[in-house]
Design a protein around this ligand. Structure first.
Ligand code: ZN
Length: 203
């Protein structure tokens, strides 16, 4: 399986990173080795002093698809969750400044934390979902999927022009503002419409 992630999909987050508003979804991949269940602790890696959390709606692809039309994209996923797109911000900043690919800052082991999945049918409109992240019991990120620059169906349609989508592939759909660093012994909890989807211990 593969993990396709969208960068810069919420305006306030684009502003906090001093980036430009994109014309098309900005996609990057994480390898399957980046997957991290929230049942295991996250171990701070030795190559970064600044691992940031980015809380994101995650969508799981349910069937094979290529060149999917946006109006049919909803047929290609049944389940959603929340995830943390963990980012080595110091490495990313350095690589971006030099115009180099920043895969290692986004695709390292355990960088794609995923909670439990629930049926999307539980909600009337997945582009109207509130979610938040609590760090040690204090809310540090909150947003609504209504604020996405590119909605889930648009992202899937766009990505499927380049990448054949397979059952089990995951989409990380971008983070709202409020990203920040994690530290040893931190406890993170992500909530979707009042339901706890994910919890993570940092070691
Ligand atoms: Zn992200």
């Amino acid at each position: 399986m593969k993990i396709i992630a969208v960068g810069m999909n919420y305006l306030p987050h684009i502003q906090e990173l001093n980036s430009e508003r994109p014309e098309e979804p900005v996609l990057f991949l994480k390898p399957d080795s980046a997957l991290c269940s929230d049942k295991q602790p996250f171990f701070l890696p030795d190559f970064s002093q600044e691992i940031h959390y980015e809380t994101e709606l995650v969508v799981k692809i349910s069937k094979l698809g290529k060149n999917i039309a946006e109006k049919f994209a909803h047929r290609y996923y049944d389940e959603i969750s929340l995830g943390l797109d963990l980012t080595a911000r110091d490495l990313q900043r350095n690589l971006r400044a030099r115009g180099l690919p920043w895969e290692i800052s986004k695709g390292f082991d355990q960088s794609a934390v995923v909670g439990h999945f629930i049926p999307k049918d539980r909600f009337e409109n997945i582009q109207q979902l509130h979610f938040r992240l609590d760090l040690n019991g204090k809310t540090v990120q909150q947003g609504s999927t209504a604020e996405m620059l590119f909605g889930v169906d648009r992202i899937i349609a766009y990505a499927s022009r380049f990448f054949t989508l397979k059952t089990g592939d995951l989409f990380f759909t971008g983070t709202p503002c409020g990203v920040g660093p994690v530290h040893k012994e931190d406890h993170l909890e992500a909530w979707l419409e009042g339901e706890k989807m994910l919890h993570l211990r940092v070691k």
